[in-house]
Every structure is written in C-alpha cells, then in structure tokens.
Design a protein around this ligand. Sequence first.
Ligand code: ATP
Length: 355
Amino acid sequence: MARINLEHIRHAYGEKPKSEADYALKEVHHEWNDSGAYALLGPSGCGKTTLLNIISGLLQPSEGRILFDGRDVTNLSTQQRNIAQVFQFPVIYDTMTVYDNLAFPLRNRGVPETEVDRRVREIIDMIGLGSWAKKKARGLTADQKQKISLGRGLVRSDVNAILFDEPLTVIDPHMKWVLRSQLKKLHRQFGFTMVYVTHDQTEALTFADKVVVMYDGQIVQIGTPAELFERPSHTFVGYFIGSPGMNVLPATVDGSNVTIGTDTIALDFRPKLDANATTELGIRPEFVRLGREGMHVRVNKVEDIGRQKIVRAEFAGNPIAIVIPEDGEIPADPRVTFDPSAINIYANSWRVGRE
Ligand code: ATP
C-alpha cells in the first residue's frame, strides 16, 4: 500500500482555461498516509471525481505531480500504478459467473489457483453472494452486480490503493450499512490505502479515519470527524458538516472581544487578524444555550425532530439555529449565551487560530 503525494495539482477540462473559474481543481497539495482510509466529501461538482480519476490515472492533471511512495507516477496508466477502482455503477463481465468475475483480476496477474480460491471465497462471503457463486452475472439484480464490482475491487491484496467512487449508491439502505462496516473491517485487516468519494456526510464520517472536505475545486479541510465538527477550518465545512450546520454570524473583533449587532462577547482567546479582514463568528446550534439570561433572541419556529428540537430564531438580524432537548422550554423573553470553548472566529471565511 502506498503513501500518496498530490503536488500542486490543478486541472481544467477545456483546452485553454481563461480564468480560475475554468479550473475544476484549483490547487490540491497534500500527503495522504500509507494505509489511511480517506473519504472525499463535498457537494456535487466540487471536484471529487476529478481528483479520484487523477489519482487513479484515468485523467492527466493539467498541472502538478502525483507520487506513490515518493515515486512519480503522473505519466503512468491505472494498471501501471497498480490501483483498484470501484465506480458508482457495476463494471463486470455479464457472461462470466460470479466466482469467475471475482477470480479474474487475480488470474490475470498469475496468482496460483489455490490462492485465487481462498481469496474469492473470502470476498464472496463478505459481499453476501456465496450462494450465487456459480450463477452467471447476467441474471443478477443491479444491486448484486454492484456487490460483484465491490468484490472485484477488494479481491487483490497487492494493490497500491483502492479507490471508490460512490460505490454504494445503487445498494439498498440496510445492505449499505452492512457493506460499509465490512469495508471498515477489511481495511483494518489488510490496511489498504483507501480513498472513498461520497457526498453523504454520514457515510464519510462513519467510514473514514480522515475526511477530506472539498469545496469549489479545493480541499478545505482534512480531519477526523471530531475535528470537522469542533473546529471547521472554513465556514463551508461548518455549514456542510452537521445538521443543522454551524451558525455563521457577521462579527467585529477587537482584541479578545467580539461584537455581533449590539452584543459583545468576551472570547477565551485572542484571534490574530489581518487588518480589513471580513470577520465572522461560528457557533454550532448544539452550543447555543437558550434560557432567561444572555442576549436577546426572537424565536420564529420550533421543529420537533424526535429526541431534540431545533429552534429557528433571529439574533441581531441574523438567522440562528439552536438545538434544545426534547423537553426544553422556550422562555417568555428568550435569551441566548454561547459556550465560549465552542466559538470559532473566521477571517475571510477561514478559521483564525486560537494561539
Ligand atoms: P458529483 O458529486 O456530482 O459527481 P464531483 O464533486 O465528483 O461531483 P466532478 O465530477 O469532479 O465533481 O466535477 C468538477 C467540475 O468539473 C464540475 O464543474 C463539472 O461540471 C466539471 N467536469 C467534470 N467532468 C467534466 C468533463 N468530462 N468535461 C468538462 N467538465 C467536466
């Protein structure tokens, strides 16, 4: 398995890009550890598939280099890079049996038949198609065919990395959950370097040890689920992760005091800011306390979501979401306070360090 270095990758699909807006990838420069499980998460069109295809070798970047364990593979094909890739829709041989479909990538590499048999049986059980081994793939459902695709991606244990592009889209919700935990188990067992594209935050957060959040052709944060939740490095990450997303409120910062409208809050740190930066305060709805003391707020709507309630309110002219317990009350004159340790300050959309 390989350590992957992405060095100053930029990509434009057109021949002659005229401006930054023409780049599907603007600047991607990161090192991904050997044996890491990375989920690429972001909204439609942010560049996830483009980046995955550049890593696999299906696409040549307009600029930049890709290294596997320090070796430049930018000009090598997928096969030469020794990558397994699983796509959103099944890529299998309809006329072969389920067993032969899974055995194919191994036989192709001259793996001894006893080893082929051992690996195929292991994978076939994992994807839940054991009883279908001798059936032709042609007769299977789309869901079963996709499981074969997944199995084909996992069957080889000698690849540099396994790349998944929303592989569970066509799988039913329960089986999705089963396959996801199987994948996680397999990753722990074999430690393959894994990159997994999804736009489903639950899928990314439950699956990866590092979540790579992409936005507008850039990686805006790589972090553990807890880091993304507690310290979103960009306001977009705050909105995108969590439901409802982080509240982002226009604010002015003076030393360690931050003012929103007519209310001033004392921070427990002193943000280091450049002059003229546009500053905002980020606070997750879970860390806004609703009560009888603090800053005035106007409650507009309460949504009961079972275990909790989401209060939609207006604070200093801004919409704000507040999460309260199911039995939480709305006081007659509602006020809010913010948990100081949960406040993040942003300058031109990027988080300002706490040092
Ligand atoms: P999705 O979740 O919808 O698959 P994505 O995050 O994977 O989106 P990409 O498919 O990488 O995003 O697309 C990034 C940008 O590049 C988009 O603006 C898209 O329209 C553009 N793009 C993607 N493929 C091509 C192509 N073959 N030719 C031209 N533009 C493309």
